[in-house]
Design a protein. Structure first.
Length: 310
């Protein structure tokens, strides 16, 4: 049940208080609410039921819209062909709704779920983005602005590059999951911009040519055939594993990158740990051997090589 209090609708959902400026139950009401939202001020719109869109939903420059579910976990769906479900030029936050395509019988829509324009900002707090499919970039999210993923799930999307996310702008991920997406390259994430991962999971994506988890790249080839990548991937934390492709499974670097504390895998992260342990043991053992044994000197003052005389 919702009540009007200080221009906000206060609802209880599973013991959690949800405040909305307005509650809508149809596409017409949703469009009217976005139009009525004040510029440059967060405006919370609550969905009280599933809504199927007949046109692309646009968040204009100057609007700061947050979409939440009221009284359940509701779906914002679309059957529009060759058109993103949501196009973001302003600021959009999704917290607790599912945005997905309601597949027609032929199952081909050739469009992504969320398209973020240059200068736009998209924040995923909770919820799900699914069933985007196209022969271009970013089945789930195609980002040329700013994309912040705090939680939620991006799954069951497909594209030629970046099945889950294609990033040509700034993408930060601190939580949530990107899984079960497919593409030719970058089934989970294809990064052409700046991608920082501090948490969350990129798992169970595949299959493709390279980088089923993350494909980090930039420009293709210059005029003299030299590959020059401009994507920057900073991997500080989080999990990337169990991704499958014909080449490099979890992470493929063709640009500039740095990483720390991430978990490699392809499901076999223990192999990396054992390999590192073997190398360390070998080096320690070799140093101990050399400290105990004086190698014979050669006439010219040199030393015997470990694999024969020099």
């Amino acid at each position: 049940m919702a009540i009007l209090f200080s221009s906000l609708f206060i609802s209880e959902i599973n013991g959690t208080t949800v405040a909305s400026n307005v509650i809508v139950g149809s596409e017409a009401e949703l469009l009217k609410a976005i139009e009525a939202a004040p510029d440059n001020t967060e405006y919370v719109i609550g969905l009280r039921k599933n809504i199927v869109l007949g046109n692309m939903l646009e968040i204009p420059v100057g609007k700061n819209i947050t979409l939440v579910s009221v009284g359940g976990f509701w779906t914002l769906g679309s059957t529009v062909y060759a058109c993103s479900i949501i196009s973001v030029a302003g600021v959009l936050t999704i917290d607790g709704i599912c945005v997905t395509y309601v597949w027609p019988e032929d199952g081909i829509l050739n469009a992504n779920v969320v398209y973020v324009k240059s200068g736009g900002t998209f924040i995923l707090v909770d919820g799900k983005l699914s069933k985007g499919a196209l022969d271009g970039k970013g089945g789930g999210v195609n980002n040329y602005g700013t994309f912040v993923m705090l939680g939620g799930e991006i799954s069951r999307n497909g594209a030629f590059t970046g099945g889950g996310v294609f990033n040509g702008g700034n993408f930060t991920m601190s939580g949530g999951k990107i899984s079960n997406n497919s593409a030719g390259q970058g089934n989970g994430v294809y990064n052409f911009g700046n991608f920082t991962m501090t948490g969350g999971e990129i798992v169970d994506n595949g299959s493709g040519i390279d980088g089923s988890g993350v494909y980090n790249t930039g420009n293709a080839y210059d005029t003299v055939g030299v590959y020059s990548g401009h994507g920057t991937f900073e991997w500080i934390g989080g999990v990337i594993r169990n991704n499958a492709s014909d080449g490099y499974d979890d992470v493929y670097y063709a640009g500039r990158e740095s990483q720390d504390d991430g978990l490699f895998g392809g499901g076999n992260w223990w192999v990396y740990l054992l390999s590192i342990g073997f190398v360390i043991s070998f080096v320690v053992g070799l140093l101990f051997y050399l400290s105990k044994k004086k190698l014979p000197e050669m006439a010219n003052g040199g030393l015997l090589s470990l694999c024969g005389r020099r």
